[in-house]
Write a protein that binds this ligand. Structure first.
Ligand code: 5GP
Ligand code: MN
Length: 340
């Protein structure tokens, strides 16, 4: 894989007199996906370019304070407009994902578009569909990469407090509030630079972590107390959620974010898994500690991927069958899950 410098990418962009730009990110975008997309959009806006953010699906409402989030074109709601924007674009920035399957049907449109595609991402094993690659799987977050992209071009002065707030949020959430192993000194320096831009970090934390609905908090309590199995033999904690339970607690987009982590907070647990029946698909989240690679597990058994310690996947089987398959698969990893 050939990596491109931030300057090369910016030069290619500026070779166009008035480039039309689309920024897209993975379905059900999280804070890093939305923060990096909107942060990059607001930065590119300062050049007067036409920039549209297209998300394959809706996003969590706790991110709707981000500037211009309301202008996001949701592909599944505005398919024609999103398609037109992608086909007419000169550049498509692909943020926080590296495989076209992560943007659902919009992937076919992006593949068809003659636009130059720029990947800015920190997940392992990129598919390689893009023309320009700005990629580092050691980066804490895509937001950190967007900052590095701007900084390497000597354009920090174009970062206002809105860009900074978007980028800071993705760094916070992808590092688990600066505590995961992907947090480096450089991450902290970048966060400090963004704080210097005048963001209100207390308000950001409040929006992301302390603005849950009552039913979301009760749902978390229910999931942990009633639906979590601790499989000591495998140092694994498993939470499973049915479609009925999602309805009973009025669970909406974003409400299950972070739920998988509770399993990992139990002493000795090395692998935490959340399995949710999402109607047509059974969605899975994986988190791990120590030497256990969550993304390998997701990739090899559940059509997924992600990072070493945080990954996701899905299953075409029904919920019960998926749980059964998961438990059977665990057996293969028994020794590894009992090691360090
Ligand atoms: P989450 O469990 O929070 O949905 O996702 C954890 C990490 O795994 C994220 O970095 C996300 O991008 C990645 N991920 C989640 N689901 C999938 C999937 O179905 N396929 C792939 N390749 N990555 C996923
Ligand atoms: Mn990310």
């Amino acid at each position: 894989m050939v990596l491109h410098s931030a300057q090369d990418i910016m030069q290619a962009l500026q070779a166009f007199e008035d480039p039309k730009i689309v920024i897209t990110t993975h379905h059900k975008p999280d804070a890093d996906a939305m923060g990096s997309s909107l942060g990059l959009k607001l930065f590119l806006d300062t050049f007067g370019y036409r920039v549209d953010v297209v998300s394959p699906t809706d996003y969590a409402s706790f991110l709707n304070w981000m500037k211009d989030s309301e202008s996001t074109v949701i592909y599944e709601h505005e398919t024609e407009l999103a398609t037109q924007l992608a086909l007419q674009a000169d550049f498509i920035f692909c943020l926080d994902f590296n495989h076209l399957s992560r943007i659902n049907e919009f992937g076919d449109v992006v593949a068809r578009s003659n636009a130059k595609k720029v990947l800015i991402d920190h997940h392992q094993y990129p598919q390689g569909f893009e023309d320009f690659t700005f990629w580092d799987d050691m980066a804490s977050s895509t937001c950190e990469l967007v900052y590095r992209f701007i900084h390497a071009n000597g354009m920090d002065s174009r970062i206002d407090k809105h860009v900074a707030a978007c980028l800071y949020t993705g760094i916070v959430t992808d590092t688990g509030s600066f505590r995961f192993s992907n947090t480096g000194a450089e991450t902290m320096r970048i966060a400090a630079t963004l704080m210097d831009k005048g963001i209100n970090h207390v308000q950001i934390f409040d929006s992301v972590y302390d603005s849950f609905t009552e039913s979301r908090v009760r749902f978390i309590g229910y999931a942990i107390s009633q639906k979590m199995e601790v499989l000591r033999e495998y140092n694994t904690a498993l939470i499973t959620i049915t479609g009925e339970e999602l309805k009973a607690y009025n669970v909406i987009t974003g409400d299950t974010e972070g739920l998988v982590n509770y399993g990992l907070s139990i002493e000795g647990i090395k692998f935490a898994v959340l399995i949710i029946d999402r109607n047509k698909i059974v969605k899975m989240s994986f988190r791990s500690k120590g030497n256990f690679a969550a993304n390998q597990f997701a990739m090899q058994h559940f059509n997924g991927g992600g990072h070493f310690y945080a990954a996701g996947g899905s299953s075409d089987l029904n919920l019960e069958e998926t749980i059964e398959k998961f438990k059977k698969t665990l057996v293969i990893y028994k020794a590894q899950l009992n090691g360090n």
